[in-house]
Ligand binder design. Structure first.
Ligand SMILES: Nc1nc2c(ncn2[C@@H]2O[C@H](COP(=O)(O)OP(=O)(O)OP(=O)(O)O)[C@@H](O)[C@H]2O)c(=O)[nH]1
Length: 499
């Protein structure tokens, strides 16, 4: 069961309550049993699941609730809070400060992704203005130094290691001393792993830790290890003082439970997750947005941040201004496609929005959507400026369509598809054209009620369904009302109109 499926199962367990007119102990009990089953199937440790269940039962006292209370809402809130508590050890981990030299030591089993993650961690901080350096204290695996060297060189991060020295403690101490002298403020120590938890590995870790006195020890855990996660994390914690966890390979077929279990075992927060083999496939881990996304409740701030990251602020008003003049050209559509592609995998972006659970956008489907966008952009690359900037398709006659198809090397059917997509998007965008960029402190709603019906009419039915029907759309609009709207159009139209 991959993480998205865990989220899907919990969401379904909660949604099932909507079919019941009365929320009594039986309905509540069934819902909790479904959630328990989903968590166990996702490899969350048995004891943790039992604790979660009894905590929710303690918080939700149906008998004590007055008639008319929103019991479904209270149950949902309790599930949300308990999942957050599971992932939140209650204390933040040590966080490096620019200009204050510190040593961060990475530990974990062989193949967990330690070496890759050290470089990702260094690269992430380098981009934030730190001066990181890498030390390879892994003398156990032949090739470990070469791997670190290769990664570090690619990311232009200084490194230290030795082909000849066999004592990892000596290398670690020399590396730290050297980089401290050279005023590096984030010295990262990569240590050896073993195929399994062994006394020799733990002894080596203890010695390196004693000799270098790291400010933070990060335990790197492969998310696919399943039920073994709790014991493994605990064994590392007992040997060195683990202060944070990084869960890797979250992009694979991992059962999400490992992440939850490792927090409980180490009483340390997950600080990042690895989401691929590349250096920038590395995400800051925040408990609440993570659980929100898991439950399909949406991570609005993450979504807006993503949009602000890719849609230059100075382009946003121009876009909204054009919409206000009820102009939606092919060029605007092209620019929006570019924004979507810059935002990263569509499912990742969509999963930040309420109702767009990642499981609705499975891997295969996502690739299809991305390919479609790329295809449409290739077709538009063969259009003239006049065609791209025209406010409508009246001039788009047969000979132009054939010319564009030939120019882009695509069949005429694809050009017609793209034009259909454009018409649909234009309808949606123009129907939302009363939206204005919100000024700070402006409390007025950004979408007026009479627009909602227009939006509903304009949305393709499957998109409306994915948003969660009329109710989902209304709550999305409510979210828009309370947030800064500028930039929304950088991503929203077309996000999923493709599917
Ligand atoms: N898909 C995916 N692969 C990852 C991720 N992190 C690491 N890997 C891959 O996992 C494999 C093992 O990673 P390493 O960094 O060599 O693992 P290690 O823990 O340093 O191994 P030792 O040095 O032997 O202890 C490599 O092929 C990495 O590219 C991730 O987040 N996602």
């Amino acid at each position: 069961m991959v993480l998205a499926q865990l989220g899907g199962s919990i969401t379904r367990a909660l949604a099932k309550m909507s079919n019941d007119t009365v929320i009594d102990e039986k309905v509540f009990g069934d819902c909790l049993n479904d959630i328990t089953r989903a968590l166990l199937q996702a490899d969350v440790q048995f004891k943790m699941v039992c604790d979660l269940q009894s905590n929710i039962k303690r918080v939700v006292n149906l008998e004590a609730l007055a008639a008319g209370t929103n019991k479904r809402g209270i149950i949902k809130q309790a599930v949300f809070s308990e999942l957050c508590n599971m992932l939140d050890p209650g204390k933040p981990s040590f966080s490096p400060k620019k200009g204050n030299p510190c040593v961060v030591m990475f530990v974990g089993l062989q193949g967990s992704g330690k070496t890759t993650t050290c470089t990702k961690y260094a690269y992430y901080h380098q981009r934030k203005g730190f001066k990181p350096a890498l030390v390879c204290a892994d003398t156990f695996r032949a090739g470990a130094f070469d791997q670190l060297k290769q990664n570090a060189t690619k990311a232009k991060i200084p490194f230290y290691g030795s082909y000849l020295e066999s004592d990892p403690v000596k290398i670690a101490v020399e590396g730290v001393e050297r980089f401290e002298k050279e005023n590096y403020d984030l010295i990262i120590l990569d240590t050896s792993g073993r195929h399994k938890q062994e006394a020799a590995l733990f002894e080596e870790m203890r010695q390196i830790s004693e000799a270098t006195q790291p400010d933070l020890v990060i335990f790197v855990m492969d998310s696919s290890i399943g039920q073994a996660a709790f014991d493994q994390a605990q064994a590392f914690k007992q040997s060195v003082s683990v202060g944070a966890v990084i869960v890797t390979k979250m992009d694979g077929h991992a059962k999400g439970g490992g992440a939850l279990s490792s927090v409980a075992a180490t009483k340390s927060p997950v600080i990042f997750t690895g989401t691929g083999e590349h250096i920038d496939e590395f995400e800051v881990f925040d408990v609440k947005p993570f659980v929100s996304r898991l439950l399909g409740m949406g991570d609005w701030s993450g979504f807006m941040n993503k949009i602000h990251e890719v849609v230059p602020a100075d382009q946003q008003p121009e876009f909204l201004q054009k919409l206000n003049q009820k102009i939606f050209t092919l060029r605007l559509m092209y620019e929006q496609f570019q924004n979507i592609r810059n935002m990263g995998p569509i499912s990742q972006v969509l999963s930040m929005l309420r109702g767009f659970r990642a499981e609705l956008m499975p891997q295969g489907h996502e690739q299809e959507s991305q390919a479609k966008i790329k295809r449409y952009m290739t077709i538009m690359d063969s259009m003239t400026d006049a065609e791209l900037d025209s406010p409508n398709l009246k001039f788009m006659n047969e000979s132009r369509i054939i010319r564009i198809a030939r120019g882009s090397g695509r069949p005429v059917r694809d050009v017609l598809d793209m034009l259909e997509e454009y018409k649909r998007l234009a309808k949606i965008c123009i129907s939302m054209s009363n939206i204005k960029p919100h000024k700070k402190g402006d409390k007025r709603p950004v979408v007026r009620n009479n627009n909602i019906q227009q939006i509903i009419n304009a949305l393709p039915p499957q998109v409306l369904k994915q948003i969660g029907g009329v109710g989902g759309l209304q709550s999305l609009v409510k979210q828009l009302d309370s947030k800064d709207m500028s930039g929304l159009f950088g991503g929203m139209p077309g996000c999923n109109w493709q599917s």
